[in-house]
Design a protein around this ligand. Structure first.
Ligand SMILES: *Cc1c(COP(=O)(O)O)cnc(C)c1O
Length: 358
């Protein structure tokens, strides 16, 4: 039976990306050695990093004056690196979920943190709008897509202070105006690559301004200067990212990824809104195109396990919701086909027919 992978992360990647990475693990570029066995300083690996950086810049239309870095530590280490490198006195955070809360917690170790707005009052089911940004803060931190709650800020907001964004789970799903950001980061294992590499896009002239001493490995300037080669980078995940970047380019770039995301989301949200058993959890104007969360209506709540088992029996993988939200979550990253979403919709319709006779 065909399986459809709706896992939230690590998550679906195009089959050809996985195959190309697997092939390089056996024989890297005809060298007779595995990608795992070669030096990251080998003359044949440097072009991998160079091309990955070039494709980042091309696909996201990154202006001059920004560096693209491939680091270790996951998005979670960026929660600490960001304030380490940018927080002098005070930082502003928009709290839209678990990840944003974790980022905020780290910043509090370095200075004053102002929460400009929070959607915690309604279990993070919406993205707060019209909040005031304190102009005396060193930066504003946002999380563009809330992987757990299924809400997303799909626009590049204007900020009078440097804007820093966690884009772990929606990078490469739409064109972004990078010039509005001072730094963008994310773990790769949602929409870019396998786990193990973290991407950072940073405006070079914003660095080096805080007065504190920064440990070498936690200083973005170290990695800018050394082109992500200060220490041994995660070579296999970087190679996998390159394969995926080539795939995105060959399939029409981020504009095409956006159209596909919109199409998938429209099909699934239409069904959630139509189906008498289910209801979406996020407010409509805040709905994520990447992580689509829904639950059974109160009167059908006891059917949760039964629907999960039913969907699983039809080849759906990873549709169980996060424990903080319950119900179901269909993560629809770039590699998810429209056919996959249609298969999930078919499950929902069949289940409705089984449960509501009319
Ligand atoms: C998954 C996720 C993280 C955590 O990423 P790690 O690479 O596991 O540290 C942070 N932010 C968002 C939005 C995520 O989806």
């Amino acid at each position: 039976m065909k399986k459809y992978n709706f896992n939230a992360g690590p998550s679906i990647l195009p089959r050809e990306v996985i195959e190309a990475t697997a092939a390089a693990c056996l024989d890297f570029g005809g060298s007779g050695l595995s990608l795992m066995e070669i030096s990251h300083r080998a003359k044949d690996f440097q072009p991998v990093v160079d091309e990955a950086v070039a494709l980042f810049k091309e696909l996201l239309n990154i202006p001059e004056g920004y560096s693209v870095l491939f680091l270790g530590g996951g998005a979670s280490l960026e929660f600490c690196m960001v304030p380490y490198n940018f927080l002098e006195k005070k930082a502003a955070y928009l709290n839209t979920g678990v990840w944003a809360t974790k980022a905020e917690k780290e910043a509090k170790l370095f200075g004053e943190v102002v929460e400009v707005a929070s959607s915690a009052d309604k279990n993070f089911t919406y993205i707060p709008r019209n909040f005031e940004i304190p102009t005396d803060a060193d930066y504003l931190h946002i999380t563009t897509n809330n992987t757990i709650y299924g809400t997303e800020l799909r626009e590049d907001i204007d900020s009078p202070i440097p804007l820093i964004a966690d884009m772990s789970s929606d990078i490469f799903s739409r064109p972004i105006d990078v010039s509005k950001y001072t730094l963008i980061y994310g773990g790769a294992q949602k929409n870019l690559s396998m786990a193990g590499v973290t991407f950072v896009i940073v405006k070079d002239d914003a660095l080096g301004k805080v007065s504190r001493q920064i440990p070498t490995m936690l200083n973005y300037q170290t990695h800018v200067k050394k082109g992500s080669m200060f220490n041994t980078p995660p070579v296999v995940p970087i190679y996998c990212a390159l394969m995926n970047l080539r795939y995105i380019k060959a399939h029409g770039g981020v504009k095409a990824m956006q159209q596909l995301a919109e199409k998938r989301a429209e099909i699934l949200y239409n069904e959630i809104d139509r189906n008498r058993l289910f209801v979406g959890t996020a407010e409509k104007d805040s709905r994520s195109l990447m992580n689509i969360t829904f639950v059974l209506k109160d009167e059908y709540k006891e059917l949760e396990k039964e629907f999960l088992d039913f969907a699983t029996s039809k080849g759906m993988v990873g549709v169980k919701g996060h424990r903080d939200v319950g119900g179901f979550r269909a993560s629809c990253y770039n590699a998810m086909s429209v056919e996959g979403v249609e298969a999930l919709v078919a499950c929902m319709q069949e289940f409705e027919k089984m449960k509501i006779k009319d």
